[in-house]
Ligand binder design. Sequence first.
Ligand code: SF4
Ligand code: SF4
Length: 134
Amino acid sequence: MPFEISKELVRSDFIKKIEELSGEEISACYHCGKCAAGCPSVDTMDLLPNQIIRAIQLGDIEVLKTSNTPWICASCYMCYVRCPRGIDLCSIMEAVRQMTLRENLDHIDIRVYTDELATLPPIAVVSAQRKLSS
Ligand code: SF4
Ligand code: SF4
């Protein structure tokens, strides 16, 4: 079924909470694509970082819940540095993750085995644990 934009979806509690948690003005994004062009993780994302913002602008909650993009985002802040509107996409991705976790939907299964643990950079472990916890 095609997605239909409605006032109820655009201003749903889920969307309003993402704005509140991130502290970002979602409507400020004009989709120049500079964030996506500089994102080091974009090759493995199913949606570009600015497409996540677009889904929020349209109130497309299903896309937000099912996309792997917020879970692959490494919170590196490259997009924030490049954004001409000063939008902190890292906080938006974190807010989407938080809202998804609050609905008890897990998107990644972290399996860190003892022999791998010694070779991983600590920040990778901390980042993965943060994404798994609500
Ligand atoms: S760089 Fe900023 S304004 Fe441009 S698409 Fe990304 S978030 Fe939107
Ligand atoms: S913070 Fe996330 S979305 Fe932004 S550039 Fe880094 S990996 Fe990409």
